[in-house]
Every structure is written in C-alpha cells, then in structure tokens.
Design a protein around this ligand. Structure first.
Ligand SMILES: Nc1ncnc2c1ncn2[C@@H]1O[C@H](COP(=O)(O)OP(=O)(O)OP(=O)(O)O)[C@@H](O)[C@H]1O
Ligand SMILES: [Mg+2]
Length: 301
C-alpha cells in the first residue's frame, strides 16, 4: 500500500485547539475559523467501524467543496479554502502530508440549532413516519405511496440537533417556536433551493439524491450561510439512478457493501463493530471514488 491508501483513523495535533471529534470528522479551532478534517472513519448503523476506508475523507471533502462552489452563486457558504498553503497556519502547513485534500478551513459562525432535512423521496425515518401517519413532520402526503417513491415535490422535514442519540423529526411550527418565523422560513427556502439545484445536477449524472441534511449558521454581520458538510454521501442518501425501483429499499451508493456484509455475519449492531474484510474495504473505497468521479467528472487518484 502506498501512503495515500493507508486510511487515516485519527488526528492528534496537541498544538491546535480541538473543537469537536465527531463520528467521522475531527475539528480544530484556528482563531475565528475552524479546520474541518474528514478522516477515513466510517460508521454503519450509527457505530464507527474499526477499519477506515481509503480516500473516504478526501472524497467527502472534495464533494463538499464541489457543491459549495457549484451553489455559491445562489447561496453563501462558510468555506474559506481547502488549500493548505492558503490556510496561513504553520502547524497545519507542517502536517500537509496528512491534511492535504481532506481539510477545509471555514468561517466559524453561530450554528442554527436545526437540522434542515430535505426529502425528495420516501426513505428512512420519513418512510417509517409515513406508514404510521401518512405524513412526515406534520406534512400530509398522498395515500398509497411506496417505499423509495419520489414525492410529488420535495419537502422540508426539519429535525432537532440531538447531542446524544438520534435526531428527532419536528413539525415546522416547532422550528418557528425555537428560532422565529423569519429565520425558519429563510432556512426552509434556502435548503430547498440548494437541494433542487444539486439534485437536478446529480440526476443528470446518474445519481438520485433521495434526501439530504443541511446546517446553517449566522455570521457576525447577520447573514445566513451554509455550513458543515454539504451533499456528501455521509449527509445524504445517494442512490444509483440505474436500477431505481420504488416499492423496496434502494441500494446505497456508498455503504451497501458494508451494510450487506454486516448483515451477513449477523452482527447485533451494538459496539464494538467487527473488522471488515479487505475486499469489502476495497470495494467501498472504490464506491466513494466513483461517486466523486460521477458527480464532478474528475478522478481523485
Ligand atoms: N462554520 C461552522 N461554524 C461553527 N460550527 C460549525 C461550522 N460548521 C460545522 N459546525 C459544527 O461542527 C460540528 C461538526 O460535528 P460533526 O458532525 O463532525 O460531529 P457530531 O455532529 O458531533 O457527530 P456525528 O459525527 O454523529 O455527526 C457540528 O455541530 C456542526 O454544527
Ligand atoms: Mg454532525
């Protein structure tokens, strides 16, 4: 294996101030900015696996950057740069080998505490809620929709930003109660706008963006900007357009090999997760690289 194919599982930069370690990303605070590093960690069924997936962090960073640029005409976002030389920090520059391609320097802003989910299709918790109530987040839907079916139009289905456990779907009225009507309407409209633009583009490239989650922040001069990661396989459900067939779950573009393998060995989905065999790791890595290439038209390696 050459150096690039050895997955990065953890970062350790004692000279930098750690801001947050998530399931996949390690974030450091650099003055008024954040350094968001996508590692190669992967989670399945909400548990981080012991293996990393080569190139996964690079794909996630590359795709976020691609979408931030693609939508920058219509929506302002937090990205400052992904180029190490332009980050202007000696410690970061010293670790260029590790950080190159997987890091974004972004404006640190006040996070709006709502997960802005847009659903174009019926899957996951949306499908579960629909089966019980024929609605999602209080939005009434037509009767008789099938699993994975395209919705008559995309819907805004916000959820809480839970610090522990699973996020919870909430009706729009709850968002209004928590952040006010004006901002709630603005997030809904902006999230919808980005989804419509990106999902049209992706569909033309053969990828269905079933649903996706956006986060928004408020700058010091009171502008609402797109933050976090955007339209990656970790924040969205990507399905291959080829073979799309409502009435059943669709294969995930990226994690299907991992999920199928874990189901095949009857893992109870409780930590610790088992090691993945090398061929599953390899195939999954290829899937991520392929998603990048399909969407951007460029090869990462
Ligand atoms: N520009 C920004 N300014 C301030 N905070 C940001 C910005 N962009 C993203 N964040 C915040 O950084 C955090 C990123 O955390 P991350 O998603 O990696 O892990 P997590 O949410 O703790 O756990 P999980 O991996 O399960 O999602 C989120 O809370 C997000 O709101
Ligand atoms: Mg998160």
């Amino acid at each position: 294996m050459n150096k690039k194919t050895i997955p990065l599982l953890n970062t350790h930069f004692p000279q930098l101030k750690l801001f947050n370690r998530g399931k996949v990303r390690d974030i450091y605070e650099i003055n008024d900015s954040l350094l968001i590093i996508a590692t190669d960690r992967i989670s399945a069924f909400d548990v981080v696996l012991p293996n990393g997936i080569p190139y996964k962090g690079t794909v996630l960073t590359g795709l976020s950057e691609f979408w931030f640029k693609y939508t920058s005409d219509i929506i302002e976002n937090h990205l400052i740069t992904t180029q190490i030389e332009k980050m202007g920090n000696a410690v970061i520059a010293q670790h260029k080998d590790v950080l190159h391609g997987r890091s974004m320097l972004v404006k640190k802003v006040e996070v709006v505490p709502v997960e802005c989910v847009i659903r174009g299709y019926l899957a996951g918790s949306g499908w579960k809620e629909y089966q019980k109530t024929q609605s999602i987040c209080g939005i009434k839907l037509p009767a008789g929709l099938k699993e994975s079916e395209k919705l008559p139009e995309p819907i805004f289905t916000p959820s809480t930003k839970a610090t522990t456990g699973h996020d919870e779907n909430i009706p729009f009225s709850k968002v209004v109660d928590s952040i006010g009507k004006k901002l709630a309407e603005e997030l809904k409209e902006k999230s919808m706008n980005v989804y419509l633009n990106a999902s049209d583009y992706a569909r033309n490239k053969g990828i269905i963006i079933c649903d996706t989650k956006f986060e928004w922040g408020i700058t010091k001069d009171n502008k609402t900007i797109l933050i976090d990661e955007a339209l990656t396989p970790d924040s969205s459900r990507f399905w291959p357009l080829e073979g799309y067939m409502p009435g059943k779950p669709q294969p995930s573009y990226d994690k299907q090999f991992v999920r199928d393998y874990l189901e095949s060995i009857y893992w109870d989905k409780k930590p610790p997760a088992p090691m993945l065999p090398p061929d599953i790791v390899q195939k999954t890595s290829e899937k991520y690289l392929n998603a990048y290439k399909t969407l951007t038209g460029k090869s990462l390696i």
